[in-house]
Structure formats: C-alpha cells, structure tokens
Write a protein that binds this ligand. Structure first.
Ligand SMILES: N[C@@H](CCC[C@H](N)C(=O)O)C(=O)O
Length: 309
C-alpha cells in the first residue's frame, strides 16, 4: 500500500482538473460550498507524481466568504468573490502563485463558475491580497501589485542582501531578495551555460535566508539584454516547498525586477522571461500612489479532468 493511500481514500469521489501555466502544473479543485479540508498530507498525496495525480501545487477554488482570510478581503473588495487557496506540493501554504492565478481563473471560467470574456477583468482573493486578472485573447494578465525589497536596508542601492550557494554554481554568488507577496531570492549568473550547469535537485543555500524560506531564481541575460526597449532574461528556479519547477510566475516578476535594478534600466518597463516551460511577460506600471505595480502575462491551460476513487 502506498504511503498516500489513506489520504487519497479520504478524498474519494472528489472531482479535479489538472492544468498548467508554462509548465508549472497544478491540481485544481472546485469547492463552491467550502467543505473540502485540504490538510498537508492530502495535498502531498495529490501532488505526488508517482503515487498521486502529480503537480507543483494544489489549488482550491473556494468562495472568499468561506475562509477567514477571504472574509477579511471582502470587507474592502466585495467583488473578490472567489479565493485562490494555494498549496505547494509538500503541503505548505504560500501567499501567492503567479502562474497559479492564471490557471485558477481559467479553471473558474471553464467550470462556468464566473463569466469572463477577453478584455474583461476579474478580482480574486489570495493570501497576498486582492489581484485583478484580465482575460487576454490567449492567456491572462495579472496586476500583481507593488514589488518590494525583503530587506530594504540591506538591499540599499539595489545591490545584494545575501549570498547563495548551489550545486553546479562555481562560486557563492551575491543575491537580492524581493517580495511579490511571497519571497524570492534572485541570483545573477554570467551565461546560459552557467544556468544549464546548475543542479537544482538540491535546494540552494541562501545566507541569510528570508524568514519562512525563499524561492530561488537564477537568471542570465540575453545579449544584448535590452532589444527594441524590451529586457530579455533566461531563468531557472528552485521553489520553496516544491523543488525545481519548469516555471514560476512570481519568480519571473522578481527576476525582472532585480535585473532591472542591477542594470540601472528603470526606464525599461517591459521584460520577457524565458523559463524551461515557456515565456512570460513582465511589465512595470507606475501608480499614482508612488508605488510600482508588476503585471505578469502568460498562458494557462487545462489538460485533463478526473474523479478520485
Ligand atoms: N509557482 C508559483 C509560486 C508558488 C509558491 C512558491 N513555491 C512559494 O512557496 O512561495 C508562481 O508561479 O508564482
């Protein structure tokens, strides 16, 4: 009997969909009545690639009114009716998932839980606050809200706040930690060859690491980095609570933010981030309140549906 049998048996009869955004894949569950309890063992069982369905994370679509975090958001944003309850593959909770948001909204639309035509925008609840998601002709764009340095004092002059060691990385490298609602540590490497040589089967070591752990993005620039006003980088990522993934949306936002700061290219507001699973677009928009919002755009696909049993 597999180690996850009991956890999967407890979910017998539950319907699910499997979806991905640039290869970052998720098990999606619709829970309109707020009755599905997702304990860590159940999430780990669903996400297990050999003994379960398999995925980098599990997403429960639940009306905001059924969660304490959701109710708190509804007071100010009554339109954020649906909440993305996101869990990493190991069962841990994360505040945010950029690829997950696109796949989550695509799931809501496909399940006919919300109507959303191309060009229309939907407010959704997340643990990192309300996000506005616009349906595009092909994919979705999310206003991720403002980015910030995790340690503004250490990151002074946008240089570095930590040092990262990883298997396959020749020397420890300086890195910069950025919050996109969830934590990221961005490590610049010299070339695409350096990127390819990394062994991310083991977690990189970040010193000092942000409290609660971090997602680590390794980034190399195309040559030239900026072409026709667009910044271009390649990225690999080791995600907190998961391992190496084919893509990370919030990681792409953090990577573009750090590269833009290091290169002193604040004028360059459009970036393309190539990840092993595809391409993500990251744009920076100045807001009247003085903050800078990050907009992430990319595809979302559902690939199959099933019933646990
Ligand atoms: N893949 C996601 C990020 C998922 C959460 C992350 N592992 C964390 O623990 O913060 C994305 O697309 O942003």
């Amino acid at each position: 009997m597999s180690k996850h049998r009991a956890a999967l048996d407890a979910l017998s009869g539950l319907t699910f969909a499997k979806g991905h955004g640039t290869g970052n894949d998720f098990v999606l569950i619709a829970d309109p009545d707020g009755t599905v309890a997702l304990e860590a063992e159940k999430v780990a069982a669903l996400a297990d690639r050999h003994h379960g369905i398999g995925g980098d994370g599990v997403i429960r679509a639940v009306p905001s009114k059924h969660l304490a975090e959701g109710q708190a958001l509804l007071a100010e944003h009554p339109d954020a009716e649906w909440f993305m309850d996101y869990r990493n593959a190991d069962g841990s909770v994360s505040e945010m998932c950029g690829n997950g948001v696109r796949v989550f909204v695509h799931f809501l639309v496909s399940e006919q839980l919300v109507p959303l035509e191309p060009g229309q925008t939907l407010a959704i609840g997340t643990r990192a606050g309300v996000k506005h998601v616009t349906r595009l002709d092909h994919g979705y764009a999310i206003d991720m809200g403002p980015w910030s340095y995790i340690d503004p004092e250490l990151a002074q002059e946008a240089a570095s706040d930590s040092v990262v060691e990883a298997a396959g990385l020749q020397d420890p490298r300086p890195a910069l930690s950025i919050s996109m609602g969830n934590p990221h540590t961005v490590v610049p490497v010299q070339s695409f060859e350096d990127l390819a040589e990394l062994d991310l089967t083991r977690a990189p070591h970040v010193e000092p690491a942000p409290e609660g752990g971090t997602n680590v993005e390794f980034v190399a620039a195309f040559e030239p980095m900026i072409r026709d006003g667009v910044g271009r980088v390649k990225m690999r990522v080791h995600e907190r609570g998961v391992g190496e993934t084919r893509s990370c949306g919030t990681g792409a936002c953090a990577a573009a933010t750090a590269m833009r700061a290091w290169a002193g290219t604040e004028g360059c507001d459009s970036w393309l981030v190539e990840v092993p699973g595809g391409l993500l677009a990251v744009d920076f928009l100045a807001h009247a309140d003085g903050t800078e919002h990050v907009v992430l755009a990319g595809p979302a696909e559902l690939v199959f549906r099933g019933t646990l049993g």
